[in-house]
Design a protein around this ligand. Structure first.
Ligand SMILES: [Ca+2]
Length: 443
């Protein structure tokens, strides 16, 4: 590129930026679309479409019905797009709503966001489409696949879905989880206030990493005033690997249903605003491991066995109504020389003022004491011996399997990569049974 051309380009860019700053207001105004010339008399309420085809709460019954005859000739529904497939949590689905109801459109196309962003009005030409339920969710499709509704084929989308103006995202209705859910709510945009993700999900990612496409992830979300709903996360979502927020707040999304289970679907993580202290008033929880899922390794926990055949596992033996982590070096006849570590996921404490570790512990039988360590340079996968660990003292059980709660200040270890670990040791002469539960780190 010659200098002259470069200079002209720079001048061109400068002119463009000056121009664009002058006409900024014009850019803020959506481009004007000439709306299709559709008379108000041609527009049917979505609510009427749902009820006249018996689509609400009627999921066992129906084969999809083709919309034909005088009722649908030249008729449209007119709604505003509320779904967004940009982040990948919606797929081949467009959800639209008007003041009377909401419905999903099943389309055989991706990148719908480019044509039909949130807040765009669309007119859906009904004649020839099929109205039915997909796994109980009221849906418009393009045909029949056996007795199921089939997507609208891509070449037909332009014929059936006409773009209108961009009118902006509708204000979400408030959904009170303690008031229960009913079919008339399906496909509508809602905000759930004063809610939080279930404690069992703290420290976890939004969806499954690596991708486990068959399943996706159902993240239980509880209202502080009671009630709960599953928030459905696709393993293909762009935010699948992000960590779920642990605070209390609000979440915006579209209520759906999959057979008899209501599911709430967010468009992206901008829909999630959970920064307040949790329902129980607890300060921000950074880590919460209660073993109630009977999984040692859920939530990013790992173990390393350095000596002997024994590893950490979960149990609720001994009359405990709670699962806990346990390790014993007893092999049924004697003790094995043992060393095994139970290691937390990495915690990012860089933004907190202080951090406190709280956990319950119990033991029985004579042997070495379980040790507690903290590290700021463990990489989550190398041998524990490759990292530096600092031993911390804690309040120990008096034995006899009696649990006590220990509280440990981690404020000297504020960093972006903090691990805590429990180190079990035993010899071939003796060894205790150690139990750990309700491990929480909070600000
Ligand atoms: Ca427990």
């Amino acid at each position: 590129m010659t200098m002259n051309r470069l200079n002209s380009l720079i001048i061109l860019f400068a002119a463009f930026f000056m121009l664009s700053s002058c006409i900024q207001d014009d850019f803020d105004t959506p481009p004007v679309y000439i709306p299709p010339s559709i008379d108000a008399s041609q527009v049917m309420n979505i609510g009427d479409l749902l009820t006249s085809n018996n689509l609400l709460g009627n999921c066992d019954l129906i084969s999809p019905i083709q919309l034909t005859g005088a009722t649908y000739e030249g008729k449209y529904i007119k709604g505003v797009v509320t779904s967004d497939d940009f982040a990948g949590n919606f797929y081949k689905t467009l959800v639209v709503q008007d003041a009377t109801g909401a419905i999903a459109l099943s389309l055989d196309a991706t990148n719908l966001n480019a044509q039909f962003p949130v807040g765009r009005e669309v007119y859906v030409k009904l004649e020839g489409l099929y109205a039915g339920v997909f796994a109980c969710q009221p849906t418009l499709g393009g045909g029949l696949d056996g007795s199921d509704i089939e997507r609208i084929a891509e070449p037909l989308i332009d014929q059936h879905i006409l773009k209108g103006d961009i009118v902006g995202e509708p204000s979400p209705e408030v959904l009170a989880l303690n008031g229960g859910l009913n079919p008339s709510m399906i496909n509508k945009l809602f905000i759930i206030e004063n809610c939080e993700f279930d404690p069992s999900f703290i420290g976890q990612t939004y969806a499954n990493i690596p991708v486990s496409p068959t399943y996706g992830k159902d993240v239980i979300t509880n209202g502080c005033n009671g009630g709960s709903v599953i928030v459905r996360m696709s393993d293909y979502a762009a935010f699948a690997g992000d960590t779920l927020p642990i605070g209390n707040g609000s979440i915006v999304g579209i209520l759906g249903i999959y057979n008899d289970e209501y599911q709430f679907t967010i468009r992206d993580t901008n829909d999630v605003d959970m920064k307040n202290p949790r329902c129980d008033g607890a300060d921000n929880l950074i880590l919460n491991k209660d073993f109630e899922d009977q999984e040692i390794s859920s939530g990013g926990w790992t173990t390393q066995v350095l000596e002997g055949p024994h590893d950490w596992s979960t149990s609720n033996q001994g009359g405990s109504n709670s699962y806990y982590a346990v390790l014993s070096n007893w092999n049924g006849q004697g003790n094995d020389a043992s060393e095994a570590w139970l290691i937390s996921p990495s915690m990012n404490l860089s933004g907190v003022q202080s951090a406190t570790l709280e956990f319950r512990n119990a033991y029985n039988y004579g042997g070495p004491t379980m040790q507690l360590y903290v590290s700021t340079d463990f990489d989550n996968q190398s041998a524990v011996g490759d990292a530096s660990w600092t031993e911390l003292s804690y309040t120990q059980s008096q034995g006899g399997f009696a649990f006590v709660t220990a509280t440990v200040d981690l404020s000297n270890f504020i960093s972006s990569n903090v691990h805590i670990a429990f180190r079990y040791t035993g010899s071939n002469q003796d060894g205790s049974t150690w139990e750990v539960d309700d491990i929480r780190v909070f600000e």
